[in-house]
Design a protein around this ligand. Structure first.
Ligand code: GDP
Length: 290
């Protein structure tokens, strides 16, 4: 389970609410303080945390539970609803034939994610081909070729070619028979203009159906500004947060990208090609709360 510590804290708070014989102002205050602490530890932005706890307090104090529901269960429902708001848009990835363009900085897991997606789509019966359009990083071509061999999907690349757009055009033709085509674009160490121009040009000229932004969860809240800059440049349709395993900061990344209003479609949970999950805020939260 990702966000183990947060999950444990929230479960213990829920148990406390369920087990309390009555709910008064002090209980609510105490509970919201504990939620605050747990969320801040998981790196969720302070402003969001305060907004959430204020809303929970206000609702818990002023709203009456519907008939047949105990005050305890009602507060748990209010907490659930408010937590859901910071997890972002509840929208599932449409598993239909399409061309997907992956964008993101070096080391965030873009190339690995291309392979993971290919495996996931193929499991769902959608043939998938990968296009190696990272023309800058040495070894990127070989890495994607190797991954496509590992997951047994289609592959297109031109080892010596430096024009990413040309590769993508040829790749889309060559992989015509594949239901899903995934373009692995170049990354950079930072979001410089050259990168923006390159992905912008591919987006404009190729017009992929879906642009997915790949971001490392360990960046925490810093995921936010990156998401925003790329969203302004290429209009991100959805987000993939990688490396959700083994970071307590995932709450920061999740809530920060929720800010650009693009849904988080997938999360990466390890280095293996099977370590990817379709992200569904409601299910994720239910698991978090136990
Ligand atoms: P790129 O530069 O964005 O293409 O990044 P890579 O795909 O080469 O990934 C960089 C490193 O992150 C590699 O060592 C990957 O194995 C690792 N990685 C990618 N996704 C995950 C993930 O979900 N969890 C973990 N633990 N490692 C990951």
């Amino acid at each position: 389970m990702v966000l183990d510590n947060l999950s444990e804290s929230l479960k213990s708070i829920m148990r406390k609410i369920s087990g309390s014989s009555f709910i008064d102002k002090d209980t609510i205050k105490e509970v919201t303080k504990e939620i605050q602490r747990a969320l801040l530890k998981a790196d969720v932005n302070v402003k969001l945390v305060l907004k959430l706890t204020n809303t929970v307090q206000e609702r818990a104090l002023n709203e009456k539970p519907p008939a047949g529901m105990t005050a305890q269960d009602y507060i748990i429902r209010v907490i659930y609803e408010e937590l859901l708001k910071i997890l972002g848009t509840d929208s599932n990835f449409d598993l239909k034939p399409q061309t997907i363009m992956l964008v993101g900085l070096y080391g965030n897991g873009k190339t690995t994610t291309a392979g993971k997606l290919a495996r996931l789509f193929m499991k769902k019966g959608l043939s998938t081909g990968l296009i190696a359009a990272d023309v800058h990083r040495p070894g990127a071509f070989e890495q994607l070729q190797q991954i496509s061999g590992d997951v047994n999907c289609g592959f297109y690349g031109e080892k010596e070619e430096k024009n990413a757009l040309k590769i993508v055009r040829n790749g889309i033709k060559e992989l015509e028979d594949f239901k899903i085509k995934i373009i692995d674009t170049s990354g950079r160490d930072s979001l410089d203009q050259e990168l923006i121009d390159e992905v912008h040009e591919i987006k404009e000229k190729i017009n992929p159906d879906t642009v997915l932004f790949v971001i490392d969860a360990t960046l925490g809240q810093q995921a936010g500004p990156q998401a925003k800059t790329l969203h302004d440049a290429v209009n991100i349709d959805g987000v993939i947060i990688t490396k959700m395993d083994g970071t307590g900061k995932a709450g920061g990344a999740l809530s920060a990208v929720a800010d650009i209003q693009s849904p988080v479609y997938f999360i990466g949970t390890g280095e293996h090609m099977d370590d990817i999950q379709i992200f569904n805020p409601k299910k994720f939260l239910s698991r978090l709360l136990g």
